[in-house]
Design a protein around this ligand. Sequence first.
Ligand SMILES: [Zn+2]
Length: 179
Amino acid sequence: MTEKSVPAPAGGRIEVSEEIPELAILPSLWNELCAHAVETLPEECCGLIGGVEEEKFRSVYRCRNDMTSRHKNDPEEFPRDGATAFYMNESDYLTSMDIADKDGELITAVYHSHVGVGAYFSELDQVFASQQLFPLPEAHHFVISVLENRVHEIASFNWQGEAFVGRRLTSAGALKTHA
Ligand SMILES: [Zn+2]
């Protein structure tokens, strides 16, 4: 595991690259992510995405965000609450991995939302993705930006050899619009 984990972040947030083409995901997946992000307001949502070879991003596995209760129990160790950070409920996480496995899926992405800010990959996000205990070094990290109670955009970040690179996601059924 250790040799597969990615190095610690160099510092600073990572923005979506405008040079990399958007990645289209299934409309059902897009809608499910949007629904989860709006339902958990004013807090961040989080969860896993499972897929198979023919459909890499197929199923959403919601996990509860435990950050607010962690923060209340130990504000020194967890200075943020669920509005600005997420801590995936461990039992939800394990159950999701189990269901995905039984369905013949691999966990191909981890997702969480940002409330009131854009879909960038924060330093904290990079720390989360780089930790050696995180068993999914190949996973994509989907970040859902929620502004004024609506999903503004979704981006995906993944490790590409020497850095995390971000691209915009789009719903495969949606018409492309540029405001
Ligand atoms: Zn984040």
